[in-house]
Design a protein around this ligand. Structure first.
Ligand code: ACM
Ligand code: ZN
Length: 748
């Protein structure tokens, strides 16, 4: 009888074990589940040595904070079970670790950093919201895929106090990141105390007010905004990060994005000011003067203090978005160009960066900069941070320079992660899945070149993040997805498997009391067309037990959704998810449709849109959805960088047409310019086109509507919107290709 009871108990235990899922993110290289479990209690003793003290302290602090458990830390024989850190300092072991959990012992073996990463894995194995802390017996062998696993934090647009920066560093540690790129100086604020130049923080750390409306709208809050870190605070943060094996790369922006420095010390600019710390985002024409040696003396002095504070081998010197207007008109800058045989202002930028690089190299440091540092020739030892797509990283790797991949799509975390986002965000749309599917090694690189891609990073620009909860919301869960991109082997990366872990990941966020986005559960709308006969509204959702309902302008009843809904009349359509008792699980998702003769018809483009602004695909030009929300709903636009929009639409047969409307978008501060000309051509056979009209001035402001009110009968229409071209001097983005943004083509 006793034997039988014992067997039953074993069976139940095995069953419990089988049901305890092991959800670790980033996914380890190898996990082998064994039988048994380790029960963590106040009696558990930790054994380590002085070199693994960081890991011991981290684990002990975590257990105390989240579980009220005080680990025994004596090495003497105790009655409890044991957590042991076994240092293995074999050369070249790439921070790998081994974690073995048995009934009475947890062993983590690796070098000091490897053990620290092993602790992060162990933390995820400790149950949450359970009385007994039973940890599954298993064996894990693990190592990172990339040596650079970064997150960025912009404290220029909004300032975050020391405690939050530390919290952010802990978020990095918990996800096995090893680099914080700390963006410390900006047009909107200088945030680091420099003893030699006290005005940088006395003057440069404050702006008079802050833009609170969408970019370009001029809606300000009217409140003075200030903040900076003292050198003592910075030392404290650097030490805090180092104890978590996180290197902090400080960024001191130059020669652009320097309005806070120019306002503090106007001698640094070409025109000598007066200047004003910026209240809106964007790109300033005023930049550091490249002709005046005082600019370099200033920067060298600033960098001397920065290097005292940050042991990082890499120092970020910015280099992005530096208009060349002022240099073009400045006698000193022109003199410098002449003396150094520099052909144009791009070469002057290259001179600027190379000169700073030489200085930093002389102090045993290397520079890293945004991909504009490639323009006019790359400084010899520079690392490139590729942000305007992958091209900068590809060019760097092909020229044997290290690169870090941070392309705007998909790793700018200031962009919305929901198509139904109701808070204000900057830029386009980067969903959780887009982040998860990100591959840092561009396919254009061969194996040899790929070695120069050290890793990747997501950028957290805080234009519209004026509080900590918003930063967390924009960070999670996308950062968790990125951790798997950076850590786990490419071959084991699997979206379905990651999705299966999402409930436990979200549970852990709640446990940590962090704010996060539930956009993963949003109703996801897409527009489809069957045989180009009108449009259908296709809805999906990830709620496991949710039932989706749709209500249309004709019938306001909630009809259960089974298949894509044909949208044949204009009006407001809404969708919701309820549980089986009718309780709402989601919020309403609403969409206004404007039905016309072009909706869902076959449309083709001669030039493809830029990858960054093509989320909805070509059908978004004829989906009956008008974007009236500007850039914050940029997933509705197609964006063309320097190229024309040439679209042909097949109306499916000869139809009578009263008018045609072409909707474009204009926002010069974002380098988006109206087309220089819009023409419409028509054809009855799709081969021979005749000009129908060159359209006159559009109606509207920013949302532009070009109209052709000339009745005709035809089957094919061709819309040609000519790109504005190179942006001329004196306009935002001068010297760059203009963006052409197109929203919708309507035929009535
Ligand atoms: C950047 O986003 N301007 C690097
Ligand atoms: Zn100058």
């Amino acid at each position: 009888m006793k034997k039988l009871i014992l067997l039953v108990i074993i069976a139940i235990r095995l069953n419990v074990n089988a049901q305890t899922p092991v959800n670790i993110t980033p996914e380890p290289v190898m996990t082998k589940i064994n039988q048994g479990e380790f029960v963590l209690t106040n009696q558990t003793t930790i054994i380590n040595n002085s070199k693994t003290e960081n890991s011991k302290k981290y684990l002990a602090d975590y257990l105390l904070k989240f579980y009220k458990i005080n680990l025994f830390t004596s090495n003497e024989k105790t009655k409890g079970n044991i957590i042991e850190f076994q240092l293995d300092e074999t050369d070249g072991n790439n921070n790998q670790y081994q974690l073995i959990i048995t009934d009475n012992r947890i062993k983590i073996k690796g070098n000091a950093e490897g053990i620290f990463n092993g602790v992060q894995t162990l933390i995820q194995l400790i149950p949450i919201n359970q009385k007994d802390l039973r940890i599954q017996a298993l064996e894990i062998n693990d190592a990172p895929r990339f040596s650079y696993r970064g997150m960025h934090l912009d404290v220029g647009r909004h300032f975050f106090p020391v405690d939050f920066v530390k919290k952010y560093i802990d978020f990095l540690a918990l996800h096995k990141f090893n680099t914080l790129h700390w963006h410390l100086t900006e047009d909107q604020g200088w945030r680091i105390e420099i003893k030699k130049y006290p005005l940088l923080t006395q003057t440069g750390s404050c702006r008079n007010q802050t833009l609170i409306g969408p970019y370009g709208t001029g809606q300000y809050d009217g409140n003075k905004y200030c903040g900076y870190y003292t050198q003592e605070q910075i030392k404290d943060i650097v030490k805090y990060a180092a104890a978590r094996y996180i290197n902090i790369i400080p960024e001191i922006e130059m020669p652009g994005h320097s309005m806070a420095a120019l306002t503090s010390y106007p001698f640094l600019g070409c025109t000598k000011g007066p200047y004003k710390v910026m209240e809106t985002w964007g790109v300033s024409d005023d930049v550091l003067c490249a002709g005046n040696d005082s600019s370099f003396t200033f920067l060298e002095n600033v960098l001397d203090e920065v290097m005292q504070l940050f042991p990082s081998k890499l120092i970020h010197i910015g280099g992005d978005e530096c208009p060349k207007e002022r240099w073009h008109d400045c006698a000193l800058c022109q003199k410098r160009m002449k003396e150094n045989n520099l052909k144009n202002e791009h070469e002057l930028q290259s001179y600027f960066i190379s000169r700073i690089e030489k200085y930093l190299n002389s102090k045993e440091r290397n520079i890293i900069g945004w991909d504009e540092i490639l323009e006019g020739g790359l400084a010899p030892n520079a690392t490139v941070m590729s942000w305007r797509g992958e091209e900068g990283g590809i060019a760097a790797a092909k020229s044997k320079h290290n690169a870090i991949m941070t392309p705007g799509t998909p790793v700018y975390f200031d962009h919305a992660q929901s198509k139904n986002e109701d808070s204000l965000t900057n830029g386009g749309y980067n969903s959780l899945k887009m982040v998860y599917d990100f591959e840092p090694i561009p396919k254009e690189l061969n194996n040899e070149e790929a070695k120069y891609i050290l890793g990747a990073q997501a950028n957290m620009w805080t234009e519209y993040m004026d509080n900590e909860r918003k930063v967390e919301y924009m960070l999670f869960p996308r950062m968790t997805a990125l951790s798997e991109v950076l850590w786990s082997p490419k071959s084991t990366r699997n979206w379905q498997h990651f999705e299966s872990k999402i409930p436990s990941i979200f549970e852990r966020y709640d446990f940590w009391k962090v704010n996060f986005s539930r956009a993963y559960y949003d109703i996801q709308p897409t527009i489809t067309t069957d045989d180009y006969k009108g449009i259908k509204w296709k809805l999906t959702s990830n709620y496991p037990d949710g039932i989706m309902y749709v209500n249309s302008p004709k019938s306001r009843d909630d009809i259960e959704y089974h298949s894509p809904v044909q949208i044949s009349e204009s009006g407001n359509y809404k969708a919701i998810i309820k549980d089986k008792n009718g309780k709402y699980l989601s919020s309403w998702m609403a969409q206004e449709f404007h039905i016309n003769k072009a909706c869902g018809r076959k449309i083709e483009l001669v030039n493809p849109p830029s990858n960054s602004y093509a989320v909805g695909g070509v059908i978004s030009l004829v989906d009956g959805i008008l974007n009236t929300k500007g850039m914050s709903k940029s997933s509705q636009f197609l964006g063309f960088s320097g190229t024309d929009l040439i679209a042909t639409i097949d109306l499916g047969g000869i139809v009578s047409i009263d008018s045609v409307k072409f909707h474009a978008f204009e926002q010069n501060v974002s380098w988006i310019y109206r087309p220089s000309q819009v023409s419409i051509f028509e054809s009855k056979n799709g081969v021979d086109y005749e000009l129908s009209a060159v359209l006159g001035e559009p109606e509207g402001k920013s949302n532009l509507i070009y109209k052709m009110a000339k009745p005709t009968k035809t089957q094919f229409l061709k819309i040609v919107a000519q790109n504005y071209g190179m942006i001329p001097s004196g306009m935002p983005g001068a010297g760059n290709k203009a963006w052409l943004f197109a929203d919708e083509i309507e035929v009535f």
